[in-house]
Design a protein around this ligand. Structure first.
Ligand code: SF4
Ligand code: SF4
Length: 398
């Protein structure tokens, strides 16, 4: 193990030990939960430096780093706050490459599943379509057909059941707007995020190559995604992994839906006033700087009031489930989610709007366990319920 070969080696020595990454504007959510220095940006930089200088043994250093790296939700707060601009989350990904022989059990299992089935749950590829109940006709019409616009559904919404409402709502919305898009879910593989979050870039690259090939073959010029992790991976990681820019543009489902509304292809009905809170997903917000589209979309929804939380946008609270933490350390995921739920309860939120199925699943689980009256849904599901065309189709029994 030669740390000097790491591309971010120099960064270990730049760290000023100031702790801005721990508790400046956006605080480290894992540190607030576990109160161990090793999970913070500073803790990991100090440990990597000590390891590089031989001040601690290899085993001691790598064990500590593994704990710090895999208890981290990859929320990006430390990266944003670092006073000397260390690209901390990129450093973490590289450091994870060093600890592949000591991965947490759940991550190891996810990697085996991805190798075998191309999804982290280890489910059959042919079951990737089980989400499409209620929209089978639309699905059959669009699947694997070339189109200018394509939709990458992602593993969580495809397989989890609870998050499947998002792709179902999206297909109904697009169909009601009389648009046609391409979906290719039988040929989708995982975007590669679990491999990236676990530090195996080569395996992520194989998945990237497959997905890009499928998308290009269908002639897709604009791809939209409804998962924050997929968005980060396609926009930031695929060009790096593949060593070239993508031949298609990648946007969020919110941007595509907003476009349909602006073009008056989707009309919206007034509803009883409802108070919502948009949960900024870390991988869309801090990682990709994408904050405004969701708010613009919510602003055009009649009767819908967006209640910003005290910690919002760049300082938004993590849902707790990112960075594979939910799989490896569920108690940490719970602790972090409860802080977010408390802010929503105090603010008077009725609906928690999500743009990431992983956030949705984590928040939903703990809302239920708390017997909260707040309901967590994907933002597309709310738009679909307000869609006049959708109501017309119900009235006409289409
Ligand atoms: S990415 Fe988030 S959880 Fe991980 S060390 Fe940074 S602030 Fe903490
Ligand atoms: S903010 Fe940056 S420089 Fe300061 S302790 Fe954290 S990693 Fe080191």
């Amino acid at each position: 193990m030669n740390l000097k070969k790491l591309s971010y080696y120099e960064e270990f020595f730049i760290c000023a030990y100031c702790a801005y990454c721990v508790n400046n504007n956006a605080a480290c959510p894992t540190f607030l939960s576990v109160r161990h220095e090793i999970v913070t940006g500073r803790g990991k930089m100090i440990t990597a430096r000590n390891l590089a200088q031989g001040l601690i043994s290899k085993d001691e250093g790598l064990d500590a780093l593994t704990e710090g790296l895999f208890q981290c939700t990859f929320c990006g707060a430390c990266d944003q706050e670092c006073i000397v601009d260390i690209p901390l989350t990129e450093v973490y990904t590289e450091l994870k490459g060093l600890v592949q022989d000591r991965l947490p059990e759940s991550t190891e299992k996810m990697f085996q599943n991805l190798d075998k089935t191309h999804n982290y749950m280890g489910l059959d590829q042919e079951d990737r379509n089980l989400w499409n109940f209620d929209v089978e006709d639309i699905y059959e019409d669009w699947v694997n057909k070339p189109a200018e616009v394509g939709y990458f559904i992602g593993c969580v919404a495809s397989y989890s059941g609870r998050a499947a409402g998002s792709p179902v709502a999206i297909l109904k919305l697009v169909s009601n707007a009389n648009e046609k898009i391409s979906i290719f879910s039988p040929n989708e593989y995982c975007c590669g995020n679990p491999f990236l979050l676990g530090g195996n870039l080569e395996k992520a690259k194989d998945l990237a190559k497959h997905n890009v090939k499928v998308i290009e073959k269908l002639g897709i010029k604009t791809l939209f995604v409804s998962c924050a992790g997929c968005y980060r991976v396609f926009t930031k990681e695929y060009p790096k992994l593949l060593g070239k820019e993508l031949s298609f543009k990648v946007i969020t489902h919110m941007e595509y839906i907003l476009k349909l509304i602006k073009e008056e292809k989707l009309k919206l009905l007034s509803s009883t006033p409802i108070k919502v809170t948009y949960k900024d997903p870390c991988e869309l917000g801090r990682h990709c700087g994408e904050y405004d589209t969701a708010r613009e979309l919510i602003n055009v929804l009649p009767g819908v009031e967006n209640l910003e939380l005290p910690d919002t946008r760049e300082n938004a609270l993590c849902c707790g489930g990112g960075g594979l933490v939910k799989a490896n350390y569920p108690a940490i995921a719970q602790d972090i989610a409860l802080k977010l739920i408390q802010q929503m309860e105090e603010r008077g939120t009725e609906l928690c709007l999500n743009a990431c199925p992983s956030c949705l699943l984590n928040i939903d689980q703990f809302l239920r366990e708390q017997h909260s009256s707040i309901l967590a849904i994907d933002i597309a599901q709310l738009v679909q319920r307000l869609s006049q065309n959708y109501l017309n189709s119900l009235i006409n029994n289409e």
